[in-house]
Design a protein around this ligand. Sequence first.
Ligand SMILES: [Zn+2]
Length: 81
Amino acid sequence: MTIRRLARSHRSIDKVRCECGTEILILPDVTAMSKAIDAHVIVHIQKLKASARTTAETERIRDNLIAQVFSKASQSENSEK
Ligand SMILES: [Zn+2]
């Protein structure tokens, strides 16, 4: 997957949006991108009711953001062809 290339291309597709409305920049470094997502997931979960702070919910929020990154990366690939 070409997250690096996506971030380098720097078009209007360089952000993902969490379901809470927070936008996270897609970073050129996969490790940094992953850290940015994890950092948001922690903040996001802390805003939820205690009963909603489950591992499953944490994974769902993270998966949603990662899926958007991959989706945008593939859109970027397609538009370059
Ligand atoms: Zn969020």
